[in-house]
Design a protein around this ligand. Structure first.
Ligand code: SF4
Length: 492
């Protein structure tokens, strides 16, 4: 593919940032390594694209042999159209050196219609621009398009028996919006080609565009001068304020003039604590919190998975479903810890086994500590809705939940090491530095979820037994960390 050729994705990249487009075309090696989670997103997108083809069955496929042979798809598409085919998957067009592959091209009584499949649950501005560049390429290739639509996931669909493809997807015409954007396309194409053909890297400073609409994959290059901890890490400070500070030359927290900048009390505490190296401890509130806890104490943590395509009856697309928990139990203040855990078999609905063992393991009395109560309570309420036969027992568990995050969220305990965050991943190294996730194979909830999802989808490659052990070990550390954090709080 010639360097100045644009595709749908490089067009969108260029609209986001000219420098990103230039670097992509001329300095590809500077691109940040793709996060491992991207593979799961990619697999999911592929699965959804193939499923959506069932909305238009019995089509012919113009896919190329590989991504580098896209022109082969253009030729196949021309051939299919001249042979009278009326449903073409991956129909690909080339006009004015802009190459666009469309998920499904269909001809019905009204004429040709274009369908682009997205894994998301709504149509965004970027999708309109994406559809507009397709419309431009297809219509200028001689196809008179009567309509163009985005096919996206309908998150109100609840699976009940066989997967209902017509309910799973929503087909939304974006024809009028595309026509409204269309007049801008020739100029934008010209502008972006000039960027690519230029001999210099565009001079573009970092800004909110580095994350909007997508997280740019050249941050490793452009953000090199931003230290690991900077004004961009000030808790809940809006993006424009962060860039205001940056544009004034204020990059690190100790460059902030607290007399001049208006920050809320928590933000000011974060900055002050960093400048002075001070820890903030509110003994009275912490004591009230720890002395208000009722033994036996349970330390509970859930892991969830949210498949885009619902796998189990009574679940919706992307609904977060519990598949694992860890539970540490302490009968009295200094008694030995007991540990219980649950990890579902990916080939079955994880929820019933989860509910029954959780009810058994949680006993009848004592507080159940979680970290971020909204999450565990929300998941338990979802279970109550789908499995009302367990509602009384699950409601009793909900009523016993208490949130260990409160002392940190309220900043009753704050150290500079927390860097403005009260997530358990920030609190643990500050309070219990000897305990770390770093030595684990699975170090975060996102990886745990993607790993289990790949097992559910059948795309998992690896040692299942070993991976189950890693999942259990990760979740166990989450609740053990809570035990240790509470121990620290009690010493205050
Ligand atoms: S990191 Fe920001 S400035 Fe750099 S290429 Fe990406 S979007 Fe452009």
């Amino acid at each position: 593919m010639g360097k100045s050729r644009l595709s749908k994705s490089t067009f969108i990249r260029g609209l986001q940032c000219e420098k990103s487009l230039y670097l992509y075309k001329h300095h590809y090696k500077l691109k940040d390594p793709a996060p491992t989670s991207l593979q799961a997103v990619f697999d999911q997108g592929t699965k959804i694209g193939i499923l959506a083809q069932q909305l238009f069955p019995d089509g012919v496929d113009a896919s190329p042999e590989n991504h580098f042979k896209m022109v082969e798809s253009v030729e196949k598409t021309i051939d299919f159209i001249s042979q009278g085919e009326t449903i073409i998957y991956e129909a690909t067009f080339l006009y004015n050196d802009v190459l666009a592959a469309l998920d499904v091209l269909v001809k019905d009584q009204e004429g040709w219609k274009a369908y682009e499949v997205k894994s998301s649950t709504k149509v965004t501005e970027t999708y309109i621009k994406d559809a507009a560049i397709q419309y431009y390429t297809i219509s200028n290739s001689g196809i008179n398009l009567k309509d163009i639509s985005i096919v996206h996931i309908n998150n109100q669909y609840t699976k009940d028996g066989e997967l209902d493809i017509n309910q799973l997807f929503t087909i939304e015409s974006v024809y009028d919006k595309v026509l409204a954007f269309l007049p801008q396309i020739p100029n934008e194409v010209r502008r972006l080609k000039n960027v690519i053909e230029s001999s210099d890297i565009p001079e573009i400073n970092i800004g909110p565009h580095c994350s909007e609409p997508y997280d740019c994959d050249f941050k490793g290059t452009c953000w090199k001068h931003i230290p690991d901890y900077s004004v961009f890490d000030i808790s809940r400070l809006n993006t424009d304020r962060k860039f205001d500070l940056y544009n004034k030359g204020v990059i690190t927290l100790n460059q902030i003039d607290l007399g001049k900048e208006s920050l809320n009390p928590n933000q000011a505490l974060q900055v002050q604590s960093e400048i002075n190296g001070t820890t903030n401890i509110n003994n009275t509130e912490i004591k009230k919190f720890t002395e208000g806890l009722n033994y036996p104490l349970y330390f509970l943590d859930f892991e969830t998975v949210g498949p885009a395509v619902p796998v189990y009856d009574g679940s919706r697309p992307y609904q977060q479903l519990v598949f694992q928990y860890s539970l540490h139990i302490q009968e009295a203040f200094s008694s030995e810890l007991e540990h219980r855990e649950y990890l579902a078999n990916p080939s079955q609905d994880p929820r019933i086994g989860f509910i029954e063992q959780l009810i058994e393991d949680c006993g009848n009395s004592g507080d159940i500590l979680v970290y971020n109560i909204g999450f565990e309570r929300g998941k338990l309420n979802d279970l109550i809705e789908v499995f009302p036969e367990y509602s009384n027992k699950l409601e009793r568990i909900v009523n016993r939940l208490k949130d260990l995050m409160i002392p940190f969220q309220q900043k009753w305990y704050y150290t500079p090491e927390m860097r403005g965050s009260y997530s358990i991943k920030a609190v643990l190294p500050a309070l219990v530095p000897e305990l770390s996730y770093n030595d684990l194979d699975i170090k975060d909830g996102g990886t745990a979820s993607n790993t289990f999802l790949s097992m559910v989808n059948g795309t998992f490659k690896g040692d299942k037994q070993e991976t189950r052990r890693q999942l259990l070990e990760y979740c166990k550390l989450d609740t053990f960390a809570m035990v240790k954090i509470l121990e620290k709080l009690k010493l205050v």
